[in-house]
Design a protein. Structure first.
Length: 365
């Protein structure tokens, strides 16, 4: 099937609209919709009559929002939607029924919905109603946009994001307990924006003991992420900021089968929750944890742990996305604190063969 330039522009706009729901619609997918007057050769190029996106979990879907905005102008028109319209009764009525009732004559869909109650059924319902249905326009972009949703639906596990910051010489920490940040303030702002969109933030007990973090987005975002500590022996101190704030912000401590019962009980009495992993091997146990989080319908999990935790994740092959920040600093083996690390003035960044190549000059005092 042939799509023209207007079709492409309209679908790209729908994808742009869909992103507005990020962090607000999960575990539902982000979806955007655009309605244009006319269909096929009668399509009025450049004449968009309505737009919509899925703005919040439990709220109206993108198609319903766009159709309500278009009113009678939708009749005989073309609907561009980033994901196959639903054909089942969920928290909202089926979108296919609304599309048919509105008199839409052509529907262009970027990608099919893998959710079992849909998965081609929406396309079939529209086709059976005499509507022209075309698929695959900017499919790759739609699949990437809904990757976390697709993994949760098809594998029952959340999308795993591994994040770390390091110096140019590969160090993630110095010898000083006072050093918390290798990366810049701008990079940390990006991380807080990410925290505000995910369902959970996880660290290992080493990071929790060394940094005493809160693991909250600042400023607060649309979601309140579950804070997770991978802590085989339940060593997380009761006086830590994580435990002290557990009654206000959810905290889950993932322990191993040998965790002392009294330590687990103390954390629970302080407001935290305990998840008992079934295996003594932390690398294996993390897979069970991800299955547990998937059963709770968590869509995205951000791991900010140190090398041990991230190494376990990569060892088990469970990482889906990487956020790596390389700071222009050389820590070396004998530098006790980050202020003593010589800064690097970056002159050039390139990506030869997929590597990150950074060239710069060491700034002299």
């Amino acid at each position: 099937m042939a799509f023209d330039a207007f079709d492409s522009t309209a679908m790209l706009r729908a994808l742009e609209l869909a992103r507005r729901g990020e962090g607000r619609v999960e575990p539902n997918p982000m979806v955007g919709a655009v309605i244009a007057a006319g269909s096929g050769e009668a399509k009025a190029d450049g004449h968009v009559v309505a737009e919509g996106w899925h703005a919040a979990f439990g709220g109206p879907h993108a198609e319903a929002v766009a159709l309500a905005a278009a009113g009678e102008a939708a009749r005989g028109g073309t609907l561009y939607v980033t994901l196959e319209p639903c054909c089942h009764q969920g928290k909202t009525p089926p979108c296919t029924a609304a599309i048919i009732e509105a008199g839409i004559r052509r529907v262009v869909v970027a990608a099919r919905d893998p959710f079992p109650a849909v998965n081609g059924g929406g396309l079939e319902a529209l086709t059976a109603a005499g509507i022209t249905v075309e698929t695959g326009l900017h499919e790759r972009e739609s699949v990437r946009l809904t990757a976390a949703f697709r993994k949760l639906v098809t594998e029952g596990r959340p999308w795993v994001i591994a994040k770390w910051a390091m110096s140019l010489d590969g160090r993630v920490a110095t010898g000083s307990r006072d050093d918390r940040w290798i990366s810049s303030e701008a990079s940390r702002t990006l991380v807080h924006d990410l925290r505000a969109r995910v369902d959970a933030i996880a660290v290992g007990i080493g990071t929790a003991l060394a940094d005493d973090p809160l693991l909250t987005p600042r400023p607060a975002g649309a979601r309140e992420p579950l804070r997770i500590v991978l802590d085989s022996r339940a060593r997380l101190p009761l006086e830590s900021r994580l435990v002290q704030s557990a009654r206000e912000t959810p905290l889950l401590v993932a322990v191993g089968p040998d965790a002392p019962a009294e330590r687990c009980r103390a954390i629970e009495e302080a407001g935290g929750a305990i998840w008992h992993g079934p295996d003594a091997d932390p690398a294996i146990r993390v897979e069970s944890l991800l299955a547990e989080l998937g059963s709770r319908r968590l869509t995205n999990v951000l791991f900010e742990g140190g090398p041990a935790v991230l190494g376990s994740l990569f060892e088990r092959g469970v990482v889906d996305e990487v956020w790596a920040f390389i700071a222009p600093k050389i820590i070396g083996g004998d530098i006790p604190a980050l202020p003593d690390a010589p800064p690097i003035d970056i002159e050039h960044i390139d990506h030869p063969g997929g590597d990150i190549f950074v060239r710069g000059l060491v700034r002299k005092s």
